[in-house]
Write a protein that binds this ligand. Structure first.
Ligand code: 13P
Length: 251
């Protein structure tokens, strides 16, 4: 069986002013240093305003830093946007693309997301490509068709297990306290794995994260599911003790 090193990623979303964000990142970096070898890779994705400083305070620790989005272009007249090259330039190693909140708030399509993933790869970043069905789509029995469709279009030809992570986040489980059941997660992750294996030579090596109300109390159970290779954590990543317990669930 392929051994995939888990990734525990914190998506801070639009939270944390400077003092709180830097305290959170510094505490995590200190805990990681104190612990030594961890059972997983660790990533935090702060808001753009804090990226550079968080890179600074986590430097030399096992905590990697990522952006929450990037533009598909390298530069140009795109007011308010950030290029993948800019993220790489300040020391970020990852970028989230296609989060359901971006798909919903900014009307991003899977085609847009593929372009962003290509920009991320060209900049030397690891793209964390997010997919997931809405509650309506699940109720219609369309979950696998929706998620497989998003995976097929959002992942570019040049995706590899080294430059791409897939994150499955059912929209109805995000920030709601409702977590998908182990059976629901297992079914979708197996379907994503099958898509990846069909399309990419190293499809078995891609990490597939689960996200949606992951917390210390359910992390161990979710991480034990076949083809769950880590978590993308929102709310619980803002509390150092909670996020740390989720990290430890990979030990
Ligand atoms: O959207 C998420 C992470 O990207 C999940 O958020 P919550 O963990 O707050 O449900």
């Amino acid at each position: 069986m392929t051994q995939r090193r888990p990734l525990i990623a914190g998506n801070w979303k639009m939270n944390c002013l400077r003092a709180d964000g830097l305290a959170l990142a510094s505490s995590l970096a200190a805990k990681a240093k104190e612990k030594g070898a961890l059972g997983c890779d660790v990533l935090v994705c702060p808001p753009a305003t804090l990226l550079s400083d968080v890179v600074g305070v986590t430097h030399g620790s096992a905590v990697a830093v990522g952006g929450q989005d990037c533009h598909a272009a390298v530069s140009g007249a795109h007011t308010g946007d950030v290029a993948a090259t800019m993220l790489a330039d300040i020391g970020a190693q990852y970028v989230l693309v296609g989060h359901s909140e971006r798909r919903a708030d900014h009307g991003e399509s899977s085609t847009d997301i593929r372009k962003k993933a290509i920009a991320a790869h060209d900049a030397g970043l690891i793209a964390v490509v997010c997919v997931g069905e809405t509650e309506e789509e699940r109720d219609l029995g369309a979950t696998l068709a929706v998620v497989n469709g998003q995976v097929a279009v959002s992942l570019p030809e040049g995706a590899t297990a080294k430059n791409t992570v897939v994150a499955y986040e059912p929209v109805w489980a995000i920030g709601t306290g409702r977590t998908a059941s182990v059976a629901e997660v297992a079914e979708v992750h197996a379907a994503i794995r099958a898509e990846l294996v069909k399309r990419f030579e190293d499809g078995n090596e891609f990490r597939i994260l689960y996200g949606g109300s992951v917390k210390p109390s359910n992390a161990k159970e979710l991480m034990a599911v076949e083809d769950v290779d880590g978590a993308l954590v929102g709310g619980a990543s803002l509390k150092v003790e909670d996020f740390w317990q989720i990290i430890e669930s990979c030990a």
